[in-house]
Design a protein around this ligand. Structure first.
Ligand code: FAD
Length: 414
């Protein structure tokens, strides 16, 4: 039975919102789990929410993790954004400056006494499965986790399970990078954007009109930059601030340095600002060894967007896109811990893989592009609560593993 382990030690990679959520739930189940070991490469909790004015690398020569910019306010109201068991301060407005979210995560960490379990300034460099057989026990997989602290001290420790909570927002995606060589102005990614003032009076082409592209365009226009918001979405019909015009995606940069768009229009730009998102990368994992295909926009197969079917003690928290992240982490973490403590029984590895492939196939038959397979959007709530249909209720009378999962998810969220 792949779902039942006698778990004692869990390693958590990252002390952002997802990693803190894992630690919080393990610490409330110490009858089943040893206190977690949380590895965090920076000196703080909060991950993305930990604003760092620097761009590039930190004092240790490691890339700056956070993409936070100075004037960001949340794009979700705090009532939806919060962990369901830890509300924001009721005195605060619904849409918060990022400093309030950082304070909130520090409060969560303090409330649940997580900090003593975090190893700060320690990077996880390698996570490897190892098959062991203890006397009188079945073969099982444990994990060798190699980490390195700020003094360069490297060590390998063994855990029963690993939660990957390293975030999505560190490896930059720049899909039209190869057309840029002729651009004579500045090129940057939203990861390196902190505030608008240096762009005052400049012409800026912003590539991408999702949350950051829109938000940053408005910040730039506010300080008097001339913004061309270039994107492949349907034309935005809500009023944009004056100083922002929309255009189709960039086609090429011409010899004279001007930017040509797919609709044939041309502009010159002092700055090209990529708000084109991020790619998945897990430098500490060997995808092939885990049976995982890690592409720019997809990690697959992951059963329930969580675990490789062949290694159901390795969990990826929060890789889905277009979700309310904190409630999603809260749901995924509890489900993963239920798998580990044996209260959820998983189907066989082959059945899990079949389910993932079938769901992907169905989505693609409905026209979903492969790069969008991890978008949940409003399906987040179904993912967490999955309705149990009449048909399933009948099947649930039998001890079907799949139905037990659905029941368990529903119970956990009740
Ligand atoms: P992160 O916050 O990225 O944390 C990952 C942690 O892992 C980091 O602390 C990092 O240092 C650490 N780490 C990485 N690799 C290693 C390693 N190898 N070893 C050790 N440690 C490692 N969400 C909302 O709900 N509302 C919003 O308004 C909102 N706005 C956003 C605005 C921006 C600009 C961005 C980038 C994201 C926004 N999000 C928002 C999404 C936000 O990222 C999530 O809410 C959430 O904070 C992600 O948490 P995480 O723990 O998965 O990742």
């Amino acid at each position: 039975n792949p779902g039942v382990f006698r778990v004692s030690r869990v390693a958590v990679v990252g002390a952002g919102a997802a990693g803190l959520c894992v630690a919080r739930h393990i610490l409330s189940r110490l009858n089943h789990f040893a206190p977690p070991v949380v590895f965090e490469l920076t000196g703080n909790v909060g991950g993305t929410w930990c604003y760092d004015e620097r761009v590039g690398t930190n004092d240790n020569g490691r890339p700056i993790h956070s993409s936070m910019y100075r004037d960001l306010r949340t794009n979700l109201p705090k009532e939806v954004m919060m962990f369901p068991d830890f509300p924001f301060d009721p005195q605060l407005s619904s849409f918060l400056p990022h400093q309030e979210v950082q304070r909130y995560l520090e409060g969560y960490c303090q409330q649940h006494h997580i900090r003593p379990h975090i190893r700060f300034s320690t990077v996880v460099e390698d996570v490897k499965p190892v098959v062991v057989t203890a006397e009188g026990e079945q073969e099982r997989t444990v994990w060798d986790v190699t980490s390195s602290d700020s003094s360069g001290c490297r060590k390998t420790e063994t855990f029963d399970s690993v939660f990957v909570c390293s975030g999505l927002f560190a490896v930059l995606s720049s899909p039209v990078g190869d057309v840029l060589s002729l651009h004579t102005g500045k090129v940057l990614h939203s990861h390196e954007y902190r505030y608008a003032e240096p762009f005052s009076g400049q012409s800026v082409v912003v590539l991408g009109a999702h949350a950051s592209g829109l938000d940053i365009s408005i910040e730039l226009a506010r300080v008097g930059a001339q913004v061309t918001l270039s994107h492949g979405l349907p034309r935005l019909t809500f009023p944009l601030r004056s100083g922002i015009q929309q255009s189709s995606p960039v086609e090429a940069v011409d010899e004279d340095g001007s930017i040509r768009f797919q609709d044939g229009s041309v502009t010159s730009a002092d700055v090209l600002l990529f708000c084109t998102g991020y790619n998945f990368r897990y430098p500490f994992l060997d995808g092939a060894q885990l049976g995982l295909d890690v592409q720019d926009h997809l990690v697959s197969p992951l059963y329930r967007f969580l675990m490789p079917p062949a290694f159901p003690s390795l969990f990826f928290i929060g890789i889905c896109k277009i979700i309310c992240p904190f409630p999603h982490f809260h749901c995924q973490v509890q489900f993963a811990l239920a798998v580990l403590d044996g209260s959820v029984t998983l189907p066989s590895a082959a059945q899990m893989e079949d389910e993932v492939r079938r769901e992907q196939r169905e989505k693609m038959e409905q026209g979903v592009q492969q790069r969008h397979l991890l978008i949940l959007n409003q399906d987040q709530w179904e993912y967490c609560h999955r309705e149990i249909s009449e048909d399933d209720k009948i099947k649930a009378a039998e001890p079907q593993a799949d139905n037990l999962i659905m029941h368990r998810l529903t119970e956990l969220l009740a």
